[in-house]
Design a protein around this ligand. Structure first.
Ligand code: GCB
Length: 613
């Protein structure tokens, strides 16, 4: 317990010292602490957590995490918050959706949960060699600091990727208290930066789970069809044993073999593990995964006392000239862009929500979705694998980013690697996108070149793209970043922001890209509520007309290999406040209720169905 005087001292010191965040901003929970959790059982830590918003960061200054649980009448210090009692909220959630007074709140918030001893009791099925306890947080926007029983275990940057914290060595015998401090302040150095066109939902908005693993466990598995299409390749990482008494980690794990099984292909393969790593190529002829035939195989990997499973599709995706080849055949991407956004839940999603999204995409005739502008829930790619959709996945290197800032690059790279490591066994994912509408400057070029290299290093089997802007001065597709991409995404809004539609014809003629172009965005707002206009800007009719003219123009350009218009559903955003927008971007083909279709939905559907094979 803090001395009475130290509480006052903390408050005073902070008047002179605004550096209170520095020791708590290590960003040590990053891609290197990720654990393969697919196919493992876990204990859910969802449900009610004690909660408090903290606009002034008083909790970090006063060190609320150091406070011990006590009966309020027994307290001898006038703490400004008691994490062990008071208001609670459900996790996952976004606080903006829970109370009107939190709607625009941006800052820190505290989450506290009691972990009962039963969570850590040895179960019959548990490993003999001991246990390691790993906490997984599916996503928290944006900085999340984790404390266990008052000790700072680390923090994670990036609002849409999962992170993992080992609790093992810091667990108390009896009750444990877990505290999170989540901060969604928009700052100059973050990714994205301060200005975006989607709502800044704060909070722990994806699942929180606890995994009990054997002392040596499988940390990672990357499995895919080889580039020549004749074999299955797999990389395995087995975690080093940690023994604080005797540092056995220096010699690596005692596991020297892992075993891969794909029963439906008759594969049962021993893989040598050296210094925790193994890699293997197995001749195989799996049936190819495709949107028409989304064939998945059960994959089982065992090592020591650990076992993981995954359902994996095998397919190839390459760029050849201006073509995108799926399993060797040219493909045209009939797509739609989508945000993770819900009128009542914010960014919280569910299987039902994702399935509805994919069902609407099927109805449109899509074979492709652009998951904009940040990593969506991992279930999106898993369900796309099952239902047969190709995906463009993306990190929020959006508009202006501090391209000169080394820490910003580190953060962006980490988010990219976390996304890739999370989803690189998903056949549906064909494109990693490294940015959206970033101006062509020298620092942006070197920043994004680094991201393109990072993507290829962590996954040489997929295409790298970015959503670029048209060179308006030259009326041409031209951007220095293009040399580092496999697919050029182009966002263009002729008929909406760019009024002179004829320019789109000019761009079509003036451009001669040597690689495929996907129109990653185009569209117009349409307010189909009773308040919406019957014609002109923001009318459903005008919007449908923009779609007709866009389709008519784009389908004539041979180097365009797909499109993902903006966007499937209307979505919430702070900056859209005119009488038709009312806090929403209204470019959805379907209204924010996720059910009322606009005229443009049918225009796009009839085009996509007409070009389906
Ligand atoms: C864009 C952005 C997207 C916006 C959209 C719009 O170019 O990439 O995030 O929401 O335009 O509606 O203006």
């Amino acid at each position: 317990m803090l001395e009475r005087s130290s509480l006052a001292e903390n408050a005073l010191t902070s008047l002179h010292d605004e550096e209170y965040d520095v020791p708590l901003n290590l960003q040590n929970l990053n891609h290197s602490t990720m654990v393969f959790t697919k196919g493992r059982t876990s204990t859910s830590l969802n449900g009610h957590w004690n909660f408090c918003v903290d606009l002034l960061d008083t909790g970090l200054r006063q060190k609320w995490y150091e406070m011990q649980p006590a009966n309020p009448v027994d307290r001898v210090e006038p703490w400004d918050y008691d994490p062990y009692m008071g208001e609670s909220i459900p996790v996952p959630s976004n606080w903006a959706m829970l109370k009107e007074k939190w709607y625009f709140f941006e800052g820190s918030a505290w989450y506290t949960k009691k972990l009962t001893p039963e969570l850590f009791k040895k179960r019959d099925s548990d490993a003999e060699s001991g246990h390691r306890y790993i906490l997984r947080i599916g996503a928290a926007q944006y900085d999340c600091k984790v404390f266990l029983n008052g000790k700072f275990l680390g923090n994670h940057y990036g609002g849409s990727t999962p992170f993992y914290v080992e609790l093992t060595d810091d667990l108390a015998e009896e009750t444990n208290w877990l505290m999170l401090c989540v901060n969604n302040t928009r700052t100059l150095d973050r990714v994205p930066m301060r200005n975006t066109d989607w709502f800044n939902y704060g909070g722990v908005y994806r699942e929180v789970e606890l995994f009990s693993l054997p002392r040596e466990f499988i940390r990672d598995m990357f499995i895919r069809l080889s580039q020549d299409g004749r074999a299955i390749e797999v990389d395995v990482v087995v975690d080093r044993a940690v023994d604080s008494a005797v540092d056995s980690a220096v010699d690596g794990p005692s596991i020297h073999h892992a075993y891969l099984e794909i029963p439906e292909l008759g594969i049962s393969q021993k893989i040598s593990i050296e210094q925790g790593k193994g890699t293997c190529r197995i001749a195989a002829e799996p049936e190819r995964w495709s949107p028409e035939n989304p064939r998945l195989y059960e994959v089982v990997l065992t090592a020591g006392e650990d076992r993981i499973t995954d359902n994996v599709g095998f397919r190839s995706i390459v760029r050849q000239g201006v073509d995108i080849l799926l399993n060797g055949e040219p493909i045209w991407l009939r797509g739609i862009s989508v945000h993770e956004d819900d009128d009542t839940l914010g960014k919280v999603t569910s299987d039902e929500d994702i399935r509805r999204r994919l069902a609407h995409a099927k109805e449109l005739g899509c074979n492709f979705l652009r998951l904009a502008h940040y990593p969506h829930h991992e279930r999106a790619a898993e369900l796309a694998d099952e239902m047969g959709f190709l995906l463009w996945q993306e990190i929020p290197v959006y508009w202006a980013i501090d391209f000169d800032n080394h820490n910003t690059l580190k953060d962006a790279k980490n988010q990219l690697i976390e996304l890739i490591k999370r989803d690189r066994n998903r056949a549906s994912v064909i494109i990693w996108s490294i940015g959206n509408e970033n101006p062509d400057t020298d620092s942006r070029l070197s920043f994004m070149r680094d991201l393109a290299e990072t993507a290829r290093l962590n996954d040489p089997t997929r295409l790298v793209a970015a959503a670029c802007l048209i060179n308006h001065a030259k009326l041409k597709i031209e951007d220095r970043l293009v040399d580092h991409l496999d697919v050029i995404g182009i966002n263009e809004y002729y008929g909406w922001y760019d009024e002179n539609f004829d320019d789109l014809y000019a761009i079509g003629k003036n451009s001669d890209p040597d690689r495929p172009v996907v129109i990653s965005e185009t569209g117009a707002d349409g307010d189909n509520s009773s308040q919406g206009p019957s014609e002109g800007l923001f009318s459903e009719k005008y919007m449908a007309d923009v779609y007709r003219r866009q389709i008519d123009t784009l389908q004539k350009l041979a180097y365009i290999k797909g499109m993902s218009p903006w966007i499937l559903y209307d979505f919430r955003v702070e900056r859209r406040q005119n009488i038709f927008q009312r806090g929403f971007n209204r470019k959805g083909l379907i209204a924010a209720d996720k059910s009322t279709k606009k005229e443009a939905f049918h225009v796009l559907a009839s085009f996509y169905h007409s070009i389906k094979d």
